[in-house]
Design a protein around this ligand. Structure first.
Ligand code: A3P
Ligand code: MG
Ligand code: MG
Length: 378
């Protein structure tokens, strides 16, 4: 019996073309050579302003201002009176990214004059890919990904699970405030211009965002995805984007060996996945105490994180993350065959389960129909 189960697991890859109803997420299946991942290239960017309006430019890009190694940042400051929070109840799906594509068709379309097809296999948010990368190691939160094939390209848009909605609507005061801390840290570190200073007295508005649009290839999958970027290196000699971008993070200060181990096993996995995908080379982390005071700042180089975790036994492996993601995309390509903006293939995963899917026509999950109209101009 045991042997049979193992054969089935190993057979997943080969059997994909026969439309298996599931994809295993078991780590050992993905422990092979690192797949091809082409150097990510920025093909464009866009901004969302304080009212979450789209602009086809970099007006929201901020500049990294190096802090003291032991700064005195108070992350609770302004939570009550200088905080405008984005409405998390509004589901934007792929909208801003689709708007960017329509405004920049020539950058991504197949060159043939008559072709309406994009020269990419997959369009999605970086955050959705991050979730796929970390799936083999995730033990708490499942996901739902809606996939639609349109003119040959797969569009992947996350759907909030019922569990996620419940925890979002029942967050404690403390958790709600701690979500602010990450943005407050950004305000202490970022300025509007390379020559300017950060303005910790200003308002934190989480509607504002600068997003990079990245093209790359994972194994056989040509990807186009967008992700929010916290700031860039202000040095004019810095590499071109995305090499000049800096990701900012906060984390609880590390006082015990257990906390250090958890940091390597869980935090660094998420940080690495998020920054590796778009080729963001540097992560600047603020370590804070329980009162939201930043006690130290450290830089992590994305390419060195896999070395840092080597000391940790039974830790996560970048190759497992990338191979699983590639395999999921292959699975999605073979499942999502009907080319129709009204059809959604809903992929569903819960910890300790396989990835499964269901098919929905013109349902609550449909997310591309308003965009399928070729005469749409904005
Ligand atoms: P931290 O990551 O420092 O906690 P990002 O780091 O991706 O640029 O996100 C900026 C901040 O948004 C986070 O800062 C955190 O405060 C908040 N945030 C992002 N995703 C979150 C999530 N899933 N739950 C709670 N807070 C989140
Ligand atoms: Mg960010
Ligand atoms: Mg950040």
């Amino acid at each position: 019996h045991k042997r049979l189960r193992r054969d089935q697991d190993v057979g997943v890859t080969a059997a994909v073309s026969e439309h298996p109803p599931f994809l295993s997420t078991r780590r050992h299946l993905y422990e092979r050579d690192f797949p091809l991942y082409k150097q990510p290239v920025e093909v464009g960017h866009f901004s969302l302003d304080a009212k979450r309006r789209f602009f086809n430019d970099d007006r929201q890009l901020r500049y990294y201002i190096h802090p003291d190694r032991h700064p005195n940042f108070h992350l609770r400051d302004g939570y009550r009176d200088r905080y405008i929070k984005r409405d998390e109840g509004v589901k934007e799906k792929l909208d801003h990214l689709l708007r960017w594509i329509l405004a920049n068709k020539s950058k991504v379309q197949i060159q043939a004059a008559s072709s309406q097809e994009l020269n990419v296999d997959v369009v999605t948010w970086r955050g959705h890919l991050t979730k796929l990368l970390t799936t083999p190691y995730e033990t708490r939160e499942g996901w739902l990904l809606a996939v639609t094939r349109f003119r040959g390209t797969l569009y992947i848009s996350e759907v909030e699970t019922e569990a996620d909605q419940r925890s979002r609507e029942s967050r404690t005061q403390r958790l709600e405030e701690m979500m602010y801390w990450g943005y407050k840290f950004e305000q202490y570190i970022c300025a509007d211009g390379a020559q300017n200073r950060p303005d910790p007295g200003g308002v934190v508005n989480t509607n504002e965002a600068f997003c990079t649009v990245i093209q790359t290839r994972l194994a056989g999958h040509k990807l186009l995805f967008s992700g929010e970027v916290d700031c860039r290196d202000g040095d004019p000699r810095a590499p071109v984007a995305p090499g000049c971008y800096v990701e900012l993070k906060t984390s609880a200060e590390i006082c015990t060996p257990k906390q250090h181990s958890n940091f390597l096993r869980y935090k660094l996995l998420k940080w690495w996945a998020q920054s590796f995908l778009p080729g963001v080379p540097r992560i600047v982390a603020g370590f804070r105490d329980n009162d939201g005071i930043v006690v130290s700042v450290d830089t992590f180089h994305t390419s060195k994180i896999s070395q840092l975790i080597k000391s940790e036994e039974n830790c996560w492996k970048p190759t497992v993350c990338m191979n699983f993601c590639a395999e999921f995309l292959s699975f999605a390509k073979t499942v999502a065959t009907e080319d129709d903006p009204e059809v959604v293939y809903l992929f569903s995963w819960d910890p300790n389960r396989d990835v499964t899917y269901s098919i929905h026509r013109n349902s609550q999950y449909t997310f591309l129909t308003d965009w399928g109209d070729p005469n749409r101009s904005d």
